[in-house]
Design a protein around this ligand. Structure first.
Ligand code: D5M
Ligand code: ZN
Ligand code: FE
Length: 534
């Protein structure tokens, strides 16, 4: 069997019972006789080795027949690091940008893209030493929840404390119990979680805030300049208000007339970090292997493109959930399944993953179609599924997780709460056509799934893993199957679309998915291009 592509090397290795280290695969692909090198490397590896390491391969190549080690050009392409993220405002103020699509040449006829289906591997020459990928804020293996009532108390307490901390530096807040005892007419501030929002008979808004000492009603008059912010409020999010107490405060019936309202938010002056060299990450989500609508051909074109010169800077692949279609996720879903067994779906997904270059650094988190608990935070896949998907030695973490790629913090979240944000907020603030705007709302609230009790299920833990303690440089979600991106206070928000054609359900509710696109992120500038493969 000729072994000219990493995909085949990976298959060959897995069929011999080895996981594939990306660097080892690249070394093998570059050997004069990959077939012989693979056989010799396997021979050389200790019997109990689970993974073929670069050292095993080097040992063989050094003995003759291999190419020199790579990495000699480590200093080429090193970016000077741009200080001013000036593209950010453009992207944020030009919503048309979100539909900008850079199509690879010849994609209509498929010519140039399909032609590379047996690519020349020598175009990829990654600098493994320059790479870094670290995961943080991951619930995997840390789950403490027992599902008891006390766990809900602790998760909300933790949310309140951590988001409250972000706000307390900006207002001089008092506990609601102390506010209730203050004399009427005074000024004060409250940091609280939203427990109720009602409109009054005269069209003002009554927002009830809750903290650990009680609740307090706050009135936002409809003619205040910040009254529009009330439309953005979701239950259970944490905000701060400053205001003036009613004259009758102190006798139990008081109310706070709100003069200003604050979200935890991202500072406007936030300066994102960037990588020190020109390197790219492909942001992909919602592959839905196992569905009749999974677009295998588009996926293969994407995978083939990754082997070309044009994609040689793409060294990372970040997958934001819904690897497979799953079973029993929605009513009547089984009528549209191509593969009915969940494990077979993951096996098929793994085969499709093998099509991408073996040297890619891959990270994936689960989504609501994946075989992990549905409630968020979702832990990463269990051992059995990791085994099935182990071909490219992909990293797996929970939903959500922060992955730091060469200094760039990418917050990965599948995105189930986006349905809720879009349902609750007016169209201009969040819609399926502009999913990144719904993401802006999450950044503003510094929480990936603020509202509890609707579509988004919460697994009570001691800690609220859904809080954004630090500001991410890039926020990557999927789930709504719509492509959209833009910058919010210099943070790049990307919803990466899907690889599944419109389903019967989506047709019935007029969801027109953006399928077969791959946003490609420059980690040195945080600029983005979108490639279309459908
Ligand atoms: O969901 C993709 C998008 O479609 C997401 O916005 C939810 C919505 N969706 C899809 N199927 C259903 C059903 N049956 N009920 C409600 N909402 C649905 P995904 O979960 O990625 O398939
Ligand atoms: Zn999906
Ligand atoms: Fe989903």
């Amino acid at each position: 069997m000729p072994l000219e592509t990493p995909a085949r090397i990976v298959s060959e290795l897995t069929s011999r019972g080895y996981n594939a280290d990306p660097e080892a695969v690249t070394l093998l692909a570059g050997a004069d006789d990959p077939d012989a090198a693979l056989a010799a490397a396997v021979e050389r590896a200790p019997e109990d080795a689970l993974k073929l390491s670069p050292d095993h391969v080097r040992g063989v190549l050094d003995g003759g027949g291999g190419r020199e080690s790579n990495g000699s050009d480590a200093e080429t392409n090193v970016s000077t690091g741009r200080e001013t993220p000036d593209t950010s405002e453009q992207a944020a103020t030009r919503p048309d940008e979100t539909k900008g699509v850079a199509e690879p040449e010849g994609i209509d006829g498929g010519a140039s893209v399909t032609e590379v289906s047996t690519p020349d591997e020598s175009v990829r020459d990654p600098d493994f030493d320059a790479r870094s990928l670290d995961v943080s804020d991951d619930v995997t293996g840390q789950s403490t929840g027992t599902g008891e009532y006390e766990d809900f108390v602790s998760v909300f307490r933790d949310r309140f404390e951590r988001l409250g901390q972000q706000l307390r530096g900006r207002v001089n807040a008092r506990p609601t119990s102390a506010v209730a005892d203050m004399p009427g007419g005074g000024e004060t501030a409250i940091v609280g979680m939203i427990s109720d929002i009602r409109s009054t008979a005269s069209g003002h808004w009554l927002v009830e805030l809750e903290d650990t000492s009680g609740t307090f009603p706050c009135l936002v008059m409809k003619d205040r300049e910040f009254a529009g912010a009330v439309e953005e409020l979701l239950y259970d999010e944490v905000i701060a208000v400053e205001g003036t107490l009613s004259d009758d405060n102190g006798d139990g019936d008081g109310i706070l007339f709100v003069d200003s309202l604050h979200f935890p938010d991202v500072p406007r002056t936030y300066e994102p970090s960037t990588a020190d060299r020109h390197v790219q990450a492909a942001l992909v989500s919602d592959v839905h292997v196992g569905s009749q609508e999974f677009m295998a051909d588009a996926w293969s074109r994407f995978a083939d493109w990754l082997h070309t010169e044009e994609a040689s800077a793409v060294e990372y692949l970040l997958l934001a959930g819904d690897m497979v279609e799953g079973v029993g996720v929605y009513p009547d879903q089984d009528e549209e399944l191509d593969i009915v067994d969940i494990y077979e779906q993951y096996e098929a997904f793994s085969e499709h993953l093998k099509e991408v270059p073996g040297d890619l650094e891959i990270l994936m988190i689960p989504g609501n179609h994946d075989a992990v608990r549905l409630a968020e935070p979702q832990p990463g896949f269990d051992e059995e599924l990791r085994d099935i998907m182990s071909a490219h030695d992909a990293r797996i973490s929970g939903n959500p997780s922060t992955v730091t790629v060469e200094g760039v913090d990418v917050l990965m979240y599948h995105g189930v709460s986006l349905d809720e944000v879009i349902a609750e907020l007016p169209d201009e603030k969040a819609s399926y056509d502009e999913p990144h705007k719904a993401m802006y709302q999450l950044l503003k609230k510094r929480h990936v799934a603020p509202q509890f009790g609707g579509k988004t299920r919460l697994a009570p833990e001691e800690r609220d893993y859904l809080v954004m303690d630090t500001v991410p440089d890039v926020f990557h979600t999927g789930h709504v199957h719509k492509l959209g991106w833009g910058k919010y206070h210099n943070v790049l928000a990307v919803n990466s679309g899907c690889w599944q054609e419109q389903t019967a359900f989506q047709k019935s509710v007029n969801i027109d998915p953006d399928a077969g696109f791959a946003p490609i992120l420059d980690l040195d500038t945080l600029d983005m291009t979108v490639r279309q493969f459908s």
